[in-house]
Design a protein around this ligand. Structure first.
Ligand code: SF4
Length: 433
């Protein structure tokens, strides 16, 4: 915080929690064995595990589900309201615990550094689909209720060490939930998604839910007889027909050829996330062997630029996994080199009016990179990135991307990195796409 006074304090703590996880004291875990009956909105495991241990390793912290997110306020740093996605790590120096009066706080090495709030159980989680499935399983919401996260394909067709991205545990997460006997649908039927959205629409009377994301694993062949654009697109089409314009439709998919991207748009998707994962050529080839083999880095980038002609550059928002640049044994060994490389990528896309965004790498232990780097990337990298990201956006005259809610410390709800917390609040533009 002292070295980087331009970066909001909230963002520094949030990045540290995201990269290294947080422990939960028994006193801070609600007994939510019955997911729909508790008072606290539980962690939904919406795509990856985003934990620092497997479910059996986490024990009580997994069985008695932790909250989806926590919100930090006050404390010695006078934190403004900061929403942080929960990544469980029993050996983290950060711990959420209740004090003698039952008030939750965040403790760092035993010192209380902020108050902690937890998300209330939304009314729509208390209602089940006709077949008994929970809304949390079919259509969980994250970002304090802003985003409905529709992982409609829970596995990835890039399979095994030679194809899976080296930081991704989507396939393992599917296996571990199955092994634990939890409901975890591989391919979500369109009708189930519509029914869950119906329930959300009915009970979300405050209209907190603003956008939905359609996503899941890569489709290299077909799912249910459909290619990737038609598979994910069919959900957008059904949603837009049933609830026209109710939410902003987003899709996270591979960088597809322009005709396929056009189909996404025709189906009603308004924001496209063709994630480029890591900028450096050598690291992309090593970390994303499936993508490199099936598409290739240069073609991937070309397709991202092409998709701006379909969606408009503002609505193409490719993600990268911030921190894997520094993963051993192949990553950069200094923060300066890692930042220089990442900024080169930002400048490439921002120079075309496209605003990338990033999630903070969680080194899940069942992934090759997580196994080799249990501590993730240095906090210094993450804080420097926030600074450079903001500066590069300003240089290219770009403002915070659409579909992420409000920007600025105290306002942001985006929970898996603090890029929205560290952009200026005045840059928030109306959520039109
Ligand atoms: S494409 Fe890579 S990051 Fe995406 S789900 Fe498959 S393995 Fe994971």
């Amino acid at each position: 915080m002292q070295r980087h006074p331009q970066v909001p304090r909230e963002a520094v703590i949030k990045e540290d929690l995201l990269r290294g996880g947080v422990a939960f004291d028994e006193s801070a875990l609600s007994d939510s064995a019955n997911e729909a009956s508790g008072d606290v909105k539980p962690k939904s495991y919406f795509i990856f595990s985003f934990d620092h241990g497997t479910l059996p390793e986490l024990g009580a912290a997994a069985l008695r589900r932790p909250p989806e997110e926590i919100v930090l306020t006050g404390g010695p740093y006078e934190l403004r309201r900061t929403v942080v996605s929960v990544r469980v790590n029993p050996s983290s120096p950060y711990r959420v615990a209740a004090d003698r009066d039952g008030l939750l706080g965040l403790y760092l090495d035993g010192q209380r550094i902020s108050d902690v709030g937890v998300p209330p159980m939304p009314e729509y989680y208390r209602h089940k689909l006709a077949n008994g499935k929970s809304v949390m399983e079919v259509a969980p919401t994250i970002q304090w209720g802003y985003l409905i996260y529709l992982t409609v394909f829970r596995v990835c067709q890039y399979f095994g060490a030679k194809e899976e991205c080296q930081y991704c545990d989507i396939n393992h997460n599917w296996r571990q939930h199955k092994a634990a006997g939890r409901p975890y649908t591989g391919v979500k039927p369109v009708e189930e998604v519509l029914e869950a959205l119906e329930i959300i629409d009915r009970y979300d009377t405050a209209k907190a839910s603003t956008a939905y994301t359609l996503t899941g694993g890569a489709v290299t062949s077909r799912v249910g007889g459909k290619d990737e654009a038609d598979f994910y697109g069919q959900y957008a089409k059904a949603i837009e027909e049933r609830f026209p314009g109710r939410w902003i439709g987003k899709v996270v998919a591979q960088a597809l050829p322009k005709e396929d991207v056009q189909r996404f748009h025709d189906y009603g998707v308004r924001i496209y996330h063709p994630n480029y994962e890591v900028w450096d050529r050598r690291l992309f080839e090593l970390y994303c062997p499936g993508k490199e083999r099936y598409v290739g880095r240069d073609e991937w980038h070309r397709r991202i630029l092409d998709s701006a002609e379909v969606f408009g550059p503002r609505n193409v928002i490719p993600n990268f996994v911030a921190g894997v640049e520094m993963a051993e044994p192949f990553g950069f060994t200094t923060v300066d080199e890692a930042i220089d490389s990442t900024v080169e990528g930002l400048r490439y896309f921002m120079g075309h009016g496209i605003t990338p965004r990033f999630t903070t790498w969680c080194p899940e232990p069942t992934t090759p990179l997580g196994k080799a780097n249990p501590l993730g990337a240095p906090l210094e990298y993450h804080v420097r990135l926030l600074q450079e990201y903001r500066a590069t956006m300003a240089e290219f005259g770009l403002s915070s991307p659409p579909g992420y809610g409000p920007a600025g410390p105290g306002n942001a709800v985006f929970s898996v990195s603090s890029f929205m917390d560290s952009l200026p609040a005045e840059e928030t533009v109306p959520e039109q796409v």
